[in-house]
Design a protein around this ligand. Structure first.
Ligand code: SF4
Ligand code: SF4
Length: 449
């Protein structure tokens, strides 16, 4: 474990943090290839750098320049301010390995948004690019076209900010700003979009920076930046209005009263962490722009559990928190092989007008010492637990999919004891558990049965 890195970042007990890459120039979002090979020279992930570069990182953690100088204007490293826009969203088309990226560009003295599709023969170097959509107005400061995702339906979903200066456009059905767009991979309008001949899938967003698809309900979740209040997470449904500029809470599942600079989000849904974290949502809060030190706003990644229906349980845990002295802060996050990875936009270099300081970190679970836990929280044990048939299990516990209390500890739901089945459970016998009612009392106890 690298002690220096652990002085810069506090991480949740049972996890460690490692620096995988340094020297990136404002790394924003990262995306892992669908099925990485074991060959050191093959691509593992891509990263967008805000000022117009895309880096390909191979399995041996070497950095390759996939594309560079994609911006057609001179960015200026001004944070906060006009330095905050550029090339941001990134998504890999799983079949071809092509990339979709979102960015702003200058035309006739005006800033606009565009979405590109890039191709490569070996995955390491772009050899062609085409524009999928363009001409959506923007400015050189924020609220641009952000994250892109491909849904379980094979369509492309594109988060577009409101452009900042006229937030009312988020409610205008003839304006693509402040919307989540849904399109075919060539940018054409799918026949089953909510409104005929319109790319608009949902409206009423401010600056929807992050997007992720949740397997368990096959839904799109987005992170949307509030003004000074109400950063939010929302589950996006066809034809729905999410309220901005009147409200950031409309149809949201979670909001933070004091804005923390919400950026990216991802679900733990491919066993990168122990099973007890299955389907938990991880959300990055960037904090204030170029805020130095640990700061009172953001500079952390939180984790929270959602109910099966996508509503939020009204609490969260800090999972990662910056504790150093510089402007480092988490921006993009993505689960990948063996853990959660995040970009650190500014890194540890002091001073604003600089390049090549950003990092990629990995957070992974530390294997617990033998004997420290009585009942491991594994899928296999969860499947054998007979709590789901117990009379004490109530609607709240069911809705949160809670069981295996001997491993996970007691519930936060209000509950009434109506009998306990632990004494009849094969796990109780296997581990010689005694005393029971673990949903109410917590920690499992071993003894002579
Ligand atoms: S711990 Fe015991 S009382 Fe609680 S739900 Fe499981 S079997 Fe029922
Ligand atoms: S001992 Fe009780 S809490 Fe543990 S797995 Fe069995 S029924 Fe579930």
């Amino acid at each position: 474990m690298d002690e220096e890195i652990h002085k810069l970042w506090w991480v949740f007990p049972g996890f460690k943090i490692e620096k995988m890459i340094t020297g990136l120039d404002l790394p924003v979002n990262l995306a892992f290839v669908k099925e990485p090979t074991s060959k050191p020279e093959d691509v593992l992930l891509y990263v967008t750098e805000l000022y117009g570069n895309i880096k390909a990182i191979t399995n041996d953690w070497k950095v390759h320049t996939y594309a560079e100088n994609l911006l057609n204007y001179e960015p200026n490293y001004e944070f906060p301010g006009t330095g905050e826009s550029g090339l941001t969203g990134l998504c890999i088309e799983p079949e071809s390995g092509d990339l979709f990226v979102s960015m702003i560009y200058e035309e006739d003295g005006e800033m606009k948004n565009q979405l590109l599709r890039t191709k490569s023969k070996d995955g390491l170097k772009m050899h062609s690019k085409e524009t999928i959509i363009k001409d959506i107005p923007s400015i050189k400061a924020a609220h641009q076209m952000q994250e892109i995702s491909i849904g379980f339906d094979g369509k492309l979903y594109v988060n577009v900010g409101d452009g900042m200066i006229k937030p009312e456009v988020a409610q205008d059905d003839d304006d693509l700003r402040g919307k989540i767009l849904r399109m075919n991979l060539d940018g054409s309008v799918p026949e089953d979009n909510p409104k005929k001949d319109s790319l608009i899938f949902a409206k009423g967003f401010r600056n929807p920076f992050g997007a992720i698809w949740r397997k368990s309900d096959e839904s799109l979740y987005i992170a949307d930046n509030g003004p000074a209040y109400d950063d939010r997470v929302a589950r996006v449904q066809a034809g729905e209005n999410y309220g901005w500029p009147e409200s950031m809470r409309t149809n949201s599942i979670f909001w933070h009263n004091l804005s923390q600079g919400i950026t990216a989000l991802d679900f733990m849904q491919n066993e990168e962490f122990p099973y007890e974290f299955d389907d938990e949502l991880f959300v990055a809060f960037f904090g204030g722009s170029y805020q130095k030190g640990p700061g009172i706003k953001g500079k952390n990644i939180i984790k929270m559990k959602l109910n099966k229906d996508g509503t939020a349980i009204n609490s969260y845990d800090i999972f990662v928190k910056y504790t150093g002295e510089n402007a480092a802060s988490p921006c993009g996050i993505a689960f990948g092989p063996g853990g959660l990875y995040f970009t650190d936009l500014h890194g540890e270099k002091d001073g604003q007008m600089h390049k090549a300081a950003g990092n990629i970190y990995k957070i992974s679970s530390v294997v617990k010492e033998e004997g420290e836990i009585i009942v491991p929280y594994t899928k296999e044990n969860a499947d054998r637990c007979i709590c789901p048939g117990c009379p004490t299990i109530n609607e709240c516990m069911k809705n949160r999919n809670e069981h295996l209390f001997c491993a996970r500890g007691k519930t936060d739901c209000e509950m009434e004891k109506k009998g306990c089945l632990c004494g009849e459970c094969p796990i109780g016998s296997e581990y010689n558990l005694i005393d029971f009612y673990y949903c109410s009392e917590g920690a499992a106890k071993q003894g002579k049965r």
